[in-house]
Design a protein around this ligand. Structure first.
Ligand SMILES: Cc1cc2nc3c(=O)[nH]c(=O)nc-3n(C[C@H](O)[C@H](O)[C@H](O)COP(=O)(O)OP(=O)(O)OC[C@H]3O[C@@H](n4cnc5c(N)ncnc54)[C@H](O)[C@@H]3O)c2cc1C
Length: 358
């Protein structure tokens, strides 16, 4: 691989890598961005269905939300957002309820008409907490993590925040939305800088790292275990399988995401992507829609890694790879795959903005 003339290599063009690349370029460094896939954008990549104009979130629904002013200001330099507010519906026993756990769900589920002031005393009854847990959390969590429902700890319900309001906005963050022109435009603009060259379809490896001239820094956001050839064994993940279907109906579920919380339905969620852009009136009115059922499955090497399985064994394994990485002073590892951590997009951008690039 020719890397002559570059001051820095950014390996992985997800939101972390692209933010780092942009910062480096604006600081005057010549940056080579290497991306294993044929396209940039990482897990946030979308594709537009030519027949309907619907933007499909290739790796699962992504909603940008943040309470961090510096992150919001940064992404708004490149794109504007459409003001989409995320709401999640849970389908249980053939009926639909608004998540999170608030007045709409409690009143609907128990058939009561509580006022906000009555919620704490009502929910203090353990049997009610357990009923909510059994209906909405136990089977969903079991499907998501591949555990038997009995293994799901009921104490989880104590940590689920209860809203004594009808606020059904899924996120608490002040800012949220979807880029009006789509996520891919965000990545194209982040990388559109005279100091940045992008090479897609090029995976960075440990051999490349060893061959680099001194002084060239590498910002790597691929999987940390893959970089070291899985020499201590692979870090465990959950993977997702998406079953996408075109339906001859303008609107199947009336909302972007429905969580299927019962055990008898094998998928966890169903996405209907057109609802992420209610401002695109022609797409909304199109007589067809696209739905996608999401299945959570055990990961094996070669599958897409989605959710890290954070337990004592994986922490021990991660520490071994982090120890290996210390031998390379010109290597900076970040992003969700490098850190082996679930990050929302805003936290990935925040980490990239805070990174010392001197
Ligand atoms: C199912 C799901 C839903 C999510 N929904 C949301 C949401 O609604 N809102 C939100 O804020 N966040 C969401 N997230 C989190 C979001 O996906 C992450 O915050 C974001 O992807 C992190 O970006 P990244 O750059 O760290 O990683 P990635 O996007 O994974 O980018 C890493 C890139 O590195 C590339 N790469 C790997 N190995 C190499 C190599 N050797 N050489 C070169 N390139 C390599 C990969 O191909 C990839 O393009 C979701 C995550 C999941 C799993």
């Amino acid at each position: 691989m020719t890397t002559d003339g570059f001051d820095a290599i950014v390996a992985g063009a997800g939101i972390w890598g692209c933010t780092v690349a942009r910062r480096l370029a604006e600081a005057g460094r010549r940056v080579l961005v290497l991306e294993k896939r044929p396209v940039v954008g990482g897990n946030v990549r979308c594709e537009t269905d030519p027949a309907t104009g619907i933007e499909i979130h290739t790796y699962g629904s992504h909603i940008f939300h943040t309470h961090l002013p510096e992150v919001w200001a940064f992404v708004n330099r490149f794109v504007s957002f459409n003001g989409y507010q995320h709401k999640v519906i849970a389908r249980h026993a053939g009926r639909h309820y608004f998540l999170p756990l608030g007045l709409a769900l409690i009143n609907g589920f128990f058939g009561v008409e509580l006022t906000p002031a009555e919620v704490p005393a009502f929910m203090a009854d353990e049997a009610r907490g357990r009923a909510i847990f059994d209906a909405f959390f136990r089977n969903y969590t079991s499907k998501q993590w591949g555990k038997a429902p009995e293994e799901i700890d009921p104490s989880v319900i104590k940590r689920v925040p209860v809203r004594a309001t009808y606020d059904v906005n899924y996120f608490n963050d002040y800012w949220q939305g979807i880029p009006s022109e789509g996520y891919n435009v965000l990545f194209d603009r982040l990388l559109a800088h005279a100091n940045i060259e992008v090479r897609c379809g090029t995976a960075f490896s440990l051999a490349d790292l060893s061959a680099l001239p001194a002084g060239v820094k590498v910002y790597y956001s691929g999987p940390i275990d893959a970089l070291f050839g899985f020499r201590h064994g692979p870090l465990p993940w959950r993977t997702l399988r998406f079953e996408t279907e075109r339906v001859a109906c303008a609107d199947v579920q009336g909302t972007s995401v429905v969580n299927y919380v019962d055990a008898d339905v094998p998928w966890t969620r169903q996405h209907e992507y057109k609802h992420y852009h209610p401002e695109r009136k022609d797409v909304m009115a199109h007589p067809e829609t696209i739905v996608c059922r999401e299945y959570s499955e055990a990961w094996k090497p070669g599958d897409e890694p989605y959710y890290p399985v954070n337990d004592a064994a994986s922490a021990e394994l991660l520490a071994k790879y982090q120890e290996e990485a210390k031998a390379y002073p010109n290597l900076v590892i970040g992003g969700r795959l490098g850190a082996y951590r679930y990050f929302d997009m805003d936290k990935a951008v925040e980490a990239a903005l805070k990174l010392n690039i001197e």
